[in-house]
Every structure is written in structure tokens, then in C-alpha cells.
Design a protein around this ligand. Structure first.
Ligand SMILES: NC(=O)c1ccc[n+]([C@@H]2O[C@H](COP(=O)([O-])OP(=O)(O)OC[C@H]3O[C@@H](n4cnc5c(N)ncnc54)[C@H](OP(=O)(O)O)[C@@H]3O)[C@@H](O)[C@H]2O)c1
Ligand SMILES: *[C@@H]1O[C@H](CO)[C@@H](O)[C@H](O)[C@H]1NC(C)=O
Ligand SMILES: *[C@@H]1O[C@H](CO)[C@@H](O)[C@H](O)[C@H]1NC(C)=O
Ligand SMILES: *[C@@H]1O[C@H](CO)[C@@H](O)[C@H](O)[C@H]1NC(C)=O
Length: 310
């Protein structure tokens, strides 16, 4: 009988990738039956999952009973939380993250994979204090490590999809475009094609849990500087996209007030300490080598998902 893999947030980018990779993998698709959670199994995205053979069950981070029901009988749970910018970002991160793993432990799930992120406060030696969306995940990671459940971790890099959303280049009015931020052009981001590649690291963990138990896979294709990102955007689009470093106060005006402090400290930590802190480059390189299947370069991603430069 197939073992049950529960994917929390199966309708999301990371969860969707895990479902896709597992179903397409000749070994893992035989070994695992997938159960995905959604707050609303009658939604279009949930129905699309069910059509692929995924059992879709209702679950909400704020309802522990729903989580326990969803996790009952599971061999592995993949847990992830969403980031909520409402003035209580870290509190939500920690309470949702703990609720997920507490439910898994309560119903005796043996293996847990958690989508974590590094502690910006620690990486910056305590100088950057608005990293709650990162620090909260590390707090949950440390909590998980104390519990009677075997665990392994993925730490996603910066999403390539952000270049279609919050980090999209702006038209300068003269036919050129600017990728705008306040950090130096040399600042590097570990980029991941979230929807396409997340599952390639989870598949690695699923296939050799003993080897990866307790480890953090830093999920990214490679590190790219802002200058390299703009250059790649130009090359692929055939238009001129330049990285433009603006004063922090100007940049702050582009973001929602409840979000801006988090993103500012996050970018400062990438600039001054590296996305994953010490040895970021080594961590990214080692983790990329562990992925099951070829990873998407930024160039390839932008060819497949062209920027809307108009
Ligand atoms: N942007 C970046 O560069 C970046 C980098 C690293 C990490 N991250 C992290 O990535 C995460 C976002 O991942 P994503 O893009 O995959 O998100 P997403 O596509 O928005 O998916 C979120 C998923 O969570 C589920 N969900 C939302 N609220 C829920 C609740 N209360 N209870 C149960 N399930 C709930 C949703 O399912 P239903 O709607 O079906 O319930 C959906 O499947 C964040 O934690 C963020 O910090 C982002
Ligand atoms: C994990 O949470 C992040 C932030 O909301 C989201 O972008 C990502 O899609 C989530 N992954 C899953 C599997 O829900
Ligand atoms: C970190 O902060 C402590 C206390 O402020 C200080 O003694 C130490 O030198 C700092 N370390 C680094 C690497 O900056
Ligand atoms: C994150 O770093 C801060 C500052 O060093 C520290 O106070 C906190 O305990 C750390 N969190 C975890 C979970 O290690």
C-alpha cells in the first residue's frame, strides 16, 4: 500500500511544485499517495488537484482539529506557512508553524519536512530586528528539532516570480526599464523557480530521508546579483533593463506600510551578510547539487515567463 505524503498548501506555488514532481517521478509516484490540504476543497485550484489524483482535504492553520484530521495516517507531512503582513507577522508565522507540527506529532506522523528560512537577526549579529517573516520560521525550525518527529528542512531562495510581482521593472518613459532597489548592484539573491523546482529538493529528501535528516537544503538555482538580473532581463527581452539603486527613503515609498520594514531589513541582510548568512555561496552550491532534476536558470525562466514590459 502506498504511503501517504501530506502537502500543506498544495494549491500554492511550493506545494503545487511538490505535487507535480512527486506525481511525475517514477519511484516516488509508486511509493506515495498524495493528500493535499486547502482551506476550500471546492475551489477551482483544489478541484484541479483532485483531477490529478490528489486527495484534497480541508485544513486551516487556525484550526488544530482540521490539521490533525488532515495528517492522520500520514507517513510524511510537508508543512509551510504563509506570510501575513498585518502588524503581527512574526506571531502568525510562529503560531501557524507550531500548530502544523504539533498536529503532526499529536497523530503520530513519523516524518516532517518544513519550509524554513534563516534568522536575519542572528545573521546580522542582532542589528536587523525587522526580519519576523524569516526569524519566525527559524524559531519554528528550532522548535521542530526538539520534538519526537524526524525532520528535514528546505529554505527557499528568493522567488523568480517576484519579478512579475513586487520586483517588476518599471518603465522610465524613454523606452528603457529600471529594476529598482536601495541595495548595491552587487547584492546577490539566490533565485528559485518556486512553482517549477521546489519539489526537486523535497523529492531528494523523500528518497533518502536518513541522509538529509536534520539538514537544511537552501533551495536556489544559483546566486545572481541585481546587476546580473537586470542584464539577463535585457538579454532575454531585447529591451534595455538597468539596475537602479535609489535612496532607501525613495524605495520605501513603493511598498505597503505594513510590509516595508520587513522587506527593507531582508534586503539589508542580503547585502551585508548574505541571504543564508555565513557561507551563503557554499550552501547554495551544495544544495543545488542535491536537487533531483535540472534546475531552472533565470534566463530559461524569463524565456518561459516573459516580463510584461510595455
Ligand atoms: N517571495 C519570496 O521570494 C519568498 C522567498 C522565500 C520564502 N517565501 C515564503 O514562501 C511562502 C509563500 O509560498 P507560496 O508562494 O507557495 O504561497 P501561495 O502560492 O500563496 O500558497 C499559499 C498556500 O497556503 C494555503 N493557505 C493559506 N492560508 C492558509 C490557512 N490559513 N490555512 C491553511 N492553508 C492556508 C493556500 O491554500 P488554500 O488557499 O487552498 O487554502 C495555498 O495553497 C511564504 O511563507 C514566504 O515567506 C517567499
Ligand atoms: C509557503 O508559504 C509561502 C508564503 O506565503 C508561499 O509563497 C508558498 O507558496 C507556500 N507554500 C506552500 C506549499 O503552501
Ligand atoms: C556581534 O555583537 C557583539 C555584541 O555587540 C560584538 O561583541 C561582536 O564583536 C559582534 N560580532 C561581529 C561579527 O560583528
Ligand atoms: C534569532 O537571532 C536572535 C538574535 O541573535 C536571537 O535572539 C534569537 O534567539 C534567534 N532565534 C532563534 C530561533 O535562534
Amino acid at each position: 500500500m502506498a504511503k501517504i505524503l501530506v502537502v500543506v498548501g498544495a494549491t500554492g506555488q511550493q506545494g503545487g511544485s511538490i505535487v507535480k514532481t512527486t506525481l511525475a517521478d517514477p519511484e516516488l509516484s509508486q511509493e506515495y499517495a498524495i493528500r493535499g490540504t486547502s482551506r476550500d476543497p471546492s475551489s477551482a485550484s483544489a478541484k484541479a488537484l483532485a483531477a490529478k489524483g490528489v486527495e484534497v482535504v480541508p485544513a486551516d492553520f487556525s484550526d488544530p482539529n482540521s490539521l490533525q484530521r488532515a495528517f492522520t495516517g500520514a507517513h510524511v507531512v510537508f508543512g509551510n506557512t504563509t506570510t501575513i503582513y498585518d502588524g503581527h507577522t512574526k506571531e502568525h508565522e510562529v503560531s501557524h508553524g507550531r500548530a502544523l507540527v504539533d498536529a503532526a506529532v499529536a497523530v503520530g506522523v513519523p516524518f516532517y519536512i518544513y519550509s524554513t528560512l534563516p534568522n536575519i537577526s542572528k545573521n546580522s549579529n542582532g542589528t536587523l530586528t525587522s526580519g519576523g517573516h524569516f526569524d519566525g520560521k527559524e524559531e519554528v525550525e528550532q522548535y521542530i528539532r526538539t520534538l519526537p518527529i524526524r525532520s528535514a528542512f528546505i529554505a527557499p531562495g528568493s522567488f523568480m516570480s517576484n519579478f512579475h510581482e513586487t520586483m517588476t521593472p518599471r518603465a522610465m518613459g524613454d523606452g528603457t526599464y529600471a529594476l529598482i532597489s536601495f541595495v548595491t548592484p552587487e547584492t546577490q539573491l539566490p533565485l528559485i523557480n518556486t512553482a517549477g523546482d521546489t519539489g526537486k529538493w523535497v523529492a531528494t529528501i523523500l528518497s533518502e530521508f536518513d541522509k538529509y535528516e536534520g539538514k537544511v537544503l537552501c533551495c536556489a538555482t544559483a546566486l545572481y546579483s541585481f546587476a546580473e538580473i537586470a542584464e539577463t532581463m535585457s538579454r532575454v527581452s531585447g529591451k534595455t533593463v538597468a539596475y537602479r539603486q535609489v535612496p532607501e527613503e525613495v524605495w520605501r515609498g513603493f511598498l505597503p506600510p505594513l510590509m516595508v520594514d520587513f522587506i527593507a531589513d531582508m534586503l539589508k541582510s542580503f547585502q551585508d551578510y548574505g541571504y543564508y548568512g555565513e557561507k551563503t555561496a557554499e550552501k547554495v552550491q551544495w544544495s543545488a547539487q542535491q536537487a533531483r532534476g535540472a534546475l531552472t536558470t533565470l534566463e530559461r525562466y524569463l524565456q518561459e515567463n516573459p516580463l510584461n514590459l510595455k
